[in-house]
Structures are given as C-alpha cells and as structure tokens.
Ligand binder design. Structure first.
Ligand SMILES: *[C@@H]1O[C@H](CO)[C@@H](O)[C@H](O)[C@H]1NC(C)=O
Ligand SMILES: *[C@@H]1O[C@H](CO)[C@@H](O)[C@H](O)[C@H]1NC(C)=O
Ligand SMILES: *[C@@H]1O[C@H](CO)[C@@H](O)[C@H](O)[C@H]1NC(C)=O
Ligand SMILES: *[C@@H]1O[C@H](CO)[C@@H](O)[C@H](O)[C@H]1NC(C)=O
Ligand SMILES: *[C@@H]1O[C@H](CO)[C@@H](O)[C@H](O)[C@H]1NC(C)=O
Length: 562
C-alpha cells in the first residue's frame, strides 16, 4: 500500500510479471454473478485515525473487516484489510468525493503525485486488497519469508530439461498453499476484492464508485464494472488486461504480443539519441543503423544463452550472468518504465564492453527473491481462472511440457521463461469459488454501466498491449478511449500533460474524450545531459508536469496487485 517503500521489481519470471493477459478461445457466458445485497445504512462506518501527512495533506488510516465470502456471509469469517486516505484540501466530507486507487497508495510518494494530478476536489483512497501485505490473513504458501525467498532461488525455467522439476515443485506448492491458507485461500479472488471495494464505499458513506486502476487494477476495475454496473460513476482502466483471457483461457499470451516491439523501440530510441545512449559507443564498434545495433545485442544475448558468464568479485560474492537474468530482471523490467532505459543502456553497454559488474549487481536473482512479500498473485491468478479452457492439457509432466513447447513463442525475448506458470496452473487444486463469467466478446451487446468508463493505453505496452485495451473499449457501452503515443506500461509510465487533462476532465465533469483521441508525451527517452525543454509552460502546467514526472519515476507496477 505504501508505494514509496515498494522497491519490488518486475523481473519475476515465471512467477508474477508476465501477465497482464492472454490469448483467447472465447467461451463467454452471459451469466453474471448476482449482486450481493449492499445496504449503505447497515454497515459499520470507518473510524479514521490520523497516520501522517504528505505535503500538507492529512493521511488517515483504518481497518475494515470484510466478509471472507461476500456472497455467503453465513460463515462469519472475514478478512481485515487496511484502508488509507489522503485528504484533499477542497473536497467536501460528503458526496462522491473519494477516488479509489489500485494499485497506488496515498501513503506513498505516488499519493502526493496523484493528488497533484487529480487536484484538490477528491480524496484519494487506497487499500491492501485481501491477501496483500497488511491484510489479515495475508496470502501465503510458506511458513516464513525466508522459505519464500529460498523457494524462489533456483526456480527451474527450462521447459525442455526441467519439466520434471517444474511439475514436482508445482504439485507441492499447490498443497502448501492450501495448508498455509486454509479456508480463506479459496476466497482470494478478484470478484471478492471487487465486492470489498463496495464495503469500503459503504463504510465511508459514498454511493458511487470513482476509480482509477492500473495494470491488474484494470482486471479489478472491469470485474467491478461488470458485477456492479449500477454503481459505476467514473472508472478509469489504464494499461488494460484482457478480461476474457484472464478468466476463461487456460493459458494466455495476448499479454506479450507487443513485448518484442518495445525492446526494438528501446534500441531504436537509443540509436537516435547518439551520444546520450552509451550503447552507441561499444569498443571497436560503429553501428550504422538501429537494426545493426539490435542485431549486435540479439547476438550477444544468444551467445549468453549458450555460454553464461561467471562473475567473481570475492570469495563471498560471485555468481553468473545468464541470458535469463539479463532479460527478465533487466530488460523486461525496464520495458515497463522508459525512465529506466538510460540505466539499462548503461548496464548493457558496460557488459558489452566487458565489464560485467554493474549488470551482475543490478540483475542477479538473489536480491530479486527478497522482494517477494506474499503469494496474492498466485492465489488470485489461479482462483480467478476457470481452468476449463478449451485445449487445457491433461495432468502430468509430459502433456503439460508438450502443451507448453508446442505453443507459439509470442515474445522471442521472454516467452520461454514462462514455462513453470503452466505447471503451476495445472497443479492448482483449489476449486473456483466465484461465479463470475466476464461478458467480453464483440458479438455480444456492449456492457452497460450507469455512466461510461474511460479506457487508457500507451501505444506500446510490454504486458498489457493496446489490442487488449481496444477490446475492453469495445465491450463497454459509450466508453471513452485515449491512446498515449509512447512506450511503457500504463499512461503514467511517462509524463503527458494531455493525458492528465483528459483524466482531470473525466473525473471532474464526466467528459469523455472525442473518438480517436491521442496524446503525445512530454519527455525524452534518452535525454541529453544539460538540455532542457524549450516549451514555455504555465505555472499550473509546470507543476502538473513535475507531478507526472514524479509518478513516472516510481516503480509502481513492479509488483503486481499492489
Ligand atoms: C506492509 O505492511 C507493513 C506492516 O504492516 C508496512 O510497514 C509496510 O509499509 C507495508 N509494505 C507495503 C509495500 O505496503
Ligand atoms: C505546507 O504549509 C506551510 C504553511 O502554509 C508552507 O510554508 C509549506 O511550504 C507547505 N509545504 C508544502 C510541501 O506544500
Ligand atoms: C454458506 O456458508 C455456510 C457456512 O460456511 C455453508 O454451510 C453453506 O453451504 C454456504 N452456502 C452456500 C450457498 O455456499
Ligand atoms: C475549491 O472549491 C471552490 C468551490 O467549488 C472553487 O471555487 C475553488 O477554485 C476551489 N479551490 C481549489 C484550490 O481547488
Ligand atoms: C502435443 O501438443 C499438441 C498441441 O497442443 C497436440 O496436438 C498433441 O496431441 C500433443 N502430443 C502429445 C503426445 O501429447
């Protein structure tokens, strides 16, 4: 919830990151999870306690008990989830004046930045979804954090040679998840979290949903909009996942359709930036085109696959650089966030010039392992999915291995590291407890919400591609759409005054952008040192831009579900 403390990265190959979503064998049904009864007057009110201040805005914290099963409250069991509010200066105490964020905590720097982007008319409200960090219970498959980190180490990834190991690990992990979580484990899913958002609204006495969700937050936002359409007033999904793939297909790879294109974009922008990008000055090399540079890097990665490099610093600090480390912990993670491109280019340039230390320090698995905090991702991804997708493999090592190996490699860069995800899914044995079937298909009438939602996407997103955003846009009646012409995951991965103003007008006045709305960005991929923008901005725009830059600088999406 406190984003400024979340240093998590996205290089968690084959455990977390490579999902926004998926390929589709469409099998939708119109059945909708029946709306659980919510009575605004019958819920306990939230008791806020001041818990800090960010740039003269009061922060308030509270906890809320939500039913373990929102659709069957008779068990009497619950989750306790932390809720935090950043008070806006000019928002009234009553009325629809709170915007729910996921991910994104007003407790962190990003709360301050989002407040500056959204303005003083709305309080910002965030929460740890059931299972995440401060939630009681917290989603876990391990008796201790050390064991979590240990199990991440030496995670097998090679489908061809390690399928047996992947299978046995997945089988054991599935059992350990059940044993560790007990009954609560079956109710860690997105429809339940969507219903929890109503509990939060009820507790603060707000009738209508105002929401801005990024990445996994778009899965949550779309799910909310389809289960509780009558309550939707303003709902933005930004960096969008394919809801049908998420719930209905055994395995998804729409998520990665553009990944390689963004890697190519990284190299193109680097080449264009000349001296501002260190990869243009590799010893004894002179690249005449960006495709020459790209080929050189691709060849290097290919060699690395066959011959990993030992790195020895001292007798207590040594290891290796492998293609997998560099690609998953370095390149893939940076594709999310163009502000990380210069750093990536530096580390790669050093590596290409024979100095492996910076890349080793930055991209080794050992420290990435320590960043995993809980297994919410595992539970939610598996519990949401119906697993009955057409073509799901039979249980067992060989069928799953064959299934995975015979799938097209959507991304030549990273697809091959997703192998163990398939085993995890196949071994998962908690039955699906929700009844939600997304209505998500062009042949169905569009889904109607009380007021139209707004869909935002960058042109080139490494995990939630534009095509998924377009599908979401086409699935919701009267929805608006903004395409931000940039690389990166979610619009806030680079500052764009234009996108921010669409967001402001939508939240404040419900304005839906004109059809075909696009936005540029106010940033460079490889800024030359000492050069500053020649644009003359008003004081308001300057402040807005500074806030957007602050947002883009954060590692918000590097741990999914937060
Ligand atoms: C997780 O919870 C702990 C204690 O409840 C808190 O100190 C920490 O800031 C939280 N971390 C994140 C990333 O929210
Ligand atoms: C907070 O308010 C004080 C007094 O009004 C002011 O001097 C200070 O600059 C403000 N701080 C921030 C970060 O806005
Ligand atoms: C609701 O929960 C109660 C208590 O756990 C259980 O006995 C009952 O079968 C559940 N009802 C449904 C419809 O699942
Ligand atoms: C606060 O709200 C009033 C009335 O809606 C408005 O006139 C004023 O500009 C707002 N001030 C700020 C700082 O947003
Ligand atoms: C391997 O997978 C392919 C594609 O999924 C399938 O057509 C074939 O029958 C499978 N073969 C075996 C031996 O399972």
């Amino acid at each position: 919830m406190k984003l400024n403390e979340s240093k998590s990265r996205n290089g968690l190959a084959s455990s977390i990151a490579m999902i926004c979503l998926a390929l589709a064998q469409v099998n939708p049904t119109l059945a909708k999870q029946s709306q659980a009864p919510f009575n605004l007057n019958a819920v306990s009110k939230v008791k806020w306690e001041e818990c800090g201040e960010i740039s003269n805005h009061t922060l308030e914290c509270s906890r809320l008990d939500v039913p373990m099963d929102n659709w069957n409250k008779s068990s009497g069991k619950s989750f306790s989830i932390p809720v935090i509010r950043l008070q806006a200066k000019n928002a009234s105490a009553t009325g629809d004046r709170h915007i729910l964020l996921n991910p994104g905590g007003p407790g962190g720097i990003s709360g301050e930045m989002l407040n500056k982007v959204i303005g003083e008319e709305f309080h910002l409200l965030s929460f740890d979804p059931r299972g995440v960090n401060g939630s009681i219970p917290r989603a876990s498959c391990y008796p201790s954090d050390d064991q979590r980190a240990e199990s991440f180490r030496d995670n097998p990834w090679d489908l061809e040679f390690e399928a047996g190991e992947m299978y046995t690990r997945a089988e054991n992990k599935a059992k350990a998840c059940i044993d560790t979580m007990g009954e609560h484990g079956a109710y860690l899913n997105t429809p339940q979290t969507a219903a929890d958002m109503n509990s939060i609204l009820n507790a603060i006495g707000q009738e209508k949903m105002f929401y801005w969700g990024f990445s996994y937050g778009t899965t949550l936002g779309q799910t909310y909009a389809q289960i509780f359409p009558d309550r939707v007033s303003r709902l933005i999904i930004d960096g969008v996942s394919n809801l049908n793939d998420w719930y209905n297909t055994f395995y998804f790879d729409e998520s990665l359709v553009d990944t390689d294109r963004i890697f190519a974009g990284f190299v193109e922008e680097c080449f264009k930036a000349k001296d501002a990008c260190p990869m243009n000055s590799i010893k004894d090399k002179s690249f005449k085109s960006s495709s020459e540079l790209k080929t050189y890097i691709d060849d290097f990665l290919k060699d690395l696959e066959e011959e990993p490099m030992p790195v020895y610093l001292s007798n207590s600090n040594y290891g290796s650089i492998t293609r997998r480390n560099i690609v998953t912990n370095g390149i893939f993670s940076a594709l999310y966030r163009p502000l990380a491109w210069p750093g990536l280019a530096n580390n790669l340039a050093a590596l290409l010039n024979g100095n492996s230390t910076p890349a080793y320090a930055a991209y080794s698995d050992s420290w990435v392992a320590g960043l995993l905090q809980d297994e919410t991702n595992t539970f939610v991804v598996q519990n949401d999915n119906w697993k009955t997708g057409v073509g799901a493999p039979a249980h067992g090592i060989k069928p799953i291995q064959n299934y995975s190996l015979s799938r097209p490699e959507t991304s030549l860069l990273v697809s091959k590291y997703q192998g163990s995800d398939v085993f995890d899914r196949a071994s998962w044995s908690i039955p699906t407890t929700h009844e939600f079937h997304p209505q998500y298909h062009p042949e169905f009438p569009r889904f109607e919400t009380a007021e139209p939602i707004l869909v935002i996407s960058t042109t080139w997103d490494p995990v939630c591609p534009l095509v998924s955003a377009k599908k979401a846009h086409n699935s919701f009646q009267d929805a608006g759409f903004v395409e931000q012409k940039s690389y990166g995951h979610c619009s806030i991965s680079l500052p764009s005054l234009c996108t921010a103003k669409h967001v402001q007008r939508y939240f404040n006045d419900g304005v839906i952008p004109d059809t075909g709305a696009t936005c540029g960005v106010d940033a460079e991929y490889f800024p030359a040192p000492g050069r500053s923008s020649t644009h003359i901005l008003s004081k308001e725009d300057e402040e807005l831009l500074a806030a957007l830059q602050g947002l883009a600088d954060e590692r918000i999406f590097q741990s999914f579900l937060r």
